[in-house]
Design a protein around this ligand. Structure first.
Ligand code: NAD
Length: 294
């Protein structure tokens, strides 16, 4: 069997065209331009590159974006003040603080400071909790991208055995919860899992987000499985690879995402989606999707 190679770039392009049309409607009907503010603290080169991709994505679909660059010496209090100002600015629909942050700033207090209605990354504790109950205000972008890929390819999730390799708060756990919400039977594996292959061989849908090149080899993949590779690893020779032995596994799977060109394209796309959704809610809703209890 040779797998269908899922073209994440093409899916992202199609979705972005749809999102551009939604932005046009917001402008013409409500005189609203969706706006995203990205805060970057320090000068981590990888973060700078991710932020550039997000800003470019905004431009592509007509979202107004602003990059706030703060020095690595910024205190937690100063960062929280910036967020507070943006929370209160009705022209801003999405606030994203690029992670990681310098060690002296507590990530949890920063993420919880962002208004839930503007938490387009979906990392606020409320949105995290909403993954358990199935009512997030915004879904986190990478897991949402995985879900959209499955949807786009008409891959049934209900009743399927899903194995997620990786249990981080930003990818593994939310992906597992979102697919469980769609009535999959879900197993999460992580670095302490004994005999990874024992579990992965059960997977009708295998989602891998470990950050370990070649972790998933054909011997531990079920014939006909759908393999979604979230991993993004730079090898010493500069090549970018996922966590899956792509050449080997594509001969055994029914669908597979390449790296690059698979899930990566979808993460920013879902951020654009969330920002537009936030602007649509602000423009049309008389009530907030989230009501803070006193
Ligand atoms: P992380 O380091 O926070 O978590 C990695 C998880 O994988 C942990 O739960 C760990 O226990 C598990 N793990 C590590 N080694 C393992 C092993 N040998 N066997 C089984 N499980 C193992 O990483 P993360 O932030 O979740 O990211 C995971 C990967 O996804 C990375 O390569 C990252 O670059 C990539 N990523 C890609 C996107 C994208 O848009 N494509 C977005 C986020 C992360």
């Amino acid at each position: 069997m040779t797998a269908k190679i899922i073209d994440g770039k093409a899916i992202a392009k199609k979705l972005r065209a749809e999102y551009h049309a939604r932005v046009d409607v917001l402008r013409s009907r409500y005189n609203v331009t969706p706006a995203l503010v990205v805060i970057l603290v320090g000068d981590n080169p990888a973060s700078q590159s991710y932020v550039r991709g997000k800003i470019a994505g905004c431009k592509e679909v007509g979202i107004r974006s602003e990059l706030v660059e703060l020095p690595a010496s910024t205190t937690e209090e100063q960062l929280l003040e910036h967020i507070e100002r943006l929370n209160n600015d009705a022209t801003v629909h999405g606030i994203l603080v690029q992670l990681p942050l310098p060690a002296h700033i507590r990530v949890s207090s920063v993420l919880e400071k962002i208004s839930v209605e503007k938490d387009v990354d979906g990392f606020h504790l409320y949105n995290m909790g909403g993954l358990v109950t199935g009512n997030t205000v915004f879904s986190p972008c990478t897991p949402y991208g995985v879900q959209k890929i499955l949807e786009h390819e008409n891959i049934r999730v209900e009743g399927q055995n899903v194995v997620v390799v990786g249990a981080s708060n930003i990818v593994g756990k939310p992906t597992a919860l979102m697919l469980m919400q769609q009535d999959a039977t879900v197993v999460i594996c992580h670095k302490k899992t004994r005999d990874l292959g024992h579990f992965t061989l059960l997977a009708d849908i295998l989602v891998v987000a470990a950050g370990v090149p070649n972790l998933i080899v054909p011997q531990i993949v079920k014939t006909g499985a759908v393999v979604i590779d979230v991993g993004f690893n730079r090898l010493p020779d500069g090549r970018i690879v996922g966590d899956v032995d792509f050449e080997g596994v594509k001969e055994k799977a029914s669908y597979i995402t390449p790296v690059p060109g698979g899930v990566g394209q979808m993460t920013v796309t879902m951020l654009l989606h969330n920002t537009i959704l936030s602007a649509e809610r602000a423009a049309t809703a008389t009530t907030s999707p989230f009501r803070r209890r006193a």
